[in-house]
Design a binder for this molecule. Structure first.
Ligand code: ZN
Length: 134
């Protein structure tokens, strides 16, 4: 794992949270993107080498809606930048971690992503991501 790529934060109202994080970080979001497969709208801020990803559910079936219902708004996942997501998933599986995605899929911000099950990681939802090279 190379570095923390971003922290994902579950929010109820992405417009309000964008304004809040804009004042907090002193910078505007650089991208807003809907991920239809996950039923979320995301908004990204750069903070030095890392990023903040705000996530708002677009319907009740979204994992973000369920998370907020259970725990309220707040930090939802931590994402690590990896060089080779396929190799990393293989390595983690061999180490005994539970994978939510056996195969990486296309996520927001031009990334291949995969999640590990939080039950195997002290309750922390871990995302692996690798930039898709064009
Ligand atoms: Zn993420």
């Amino acid at each position: 794992m190379k570095k923390i790529e971003h922290l994902g934060i579950a929010v109820k109202d992405i417009d309000a949270s964008e304004a809040l994080f804009e004042s907090l970080l002193g910078t505007k979001p650089y991208k807003r993107e809907e991920v239809k497969s996950e039923n979320v709208i995301t908004s990204f801020f750069k903070t030095g080498e890392s990023k903040i990803e705000l996530l708002q559910a677009t319907d009740e079936s979204s994992a973000i809606a369920k998370f907020i219902e259970k725990k309220g708004e707040g930090i939802h996942h931590i994402a690590f930048d990896v060089k080779d997501i396929y190799k990393e998933l293989e390595r983690l599986k061999a180490e005994g971690f539970r994978l939510i995605h056996e195969e990486p899929k296309k996520g927001a911000d031009n990334k291949l992503i995969a999640f590990l099950h939080p039950k195997g990681t002290n309750g922390v939802l871990v995302e692996l991501c690798q930039e898709i090279s064009n």
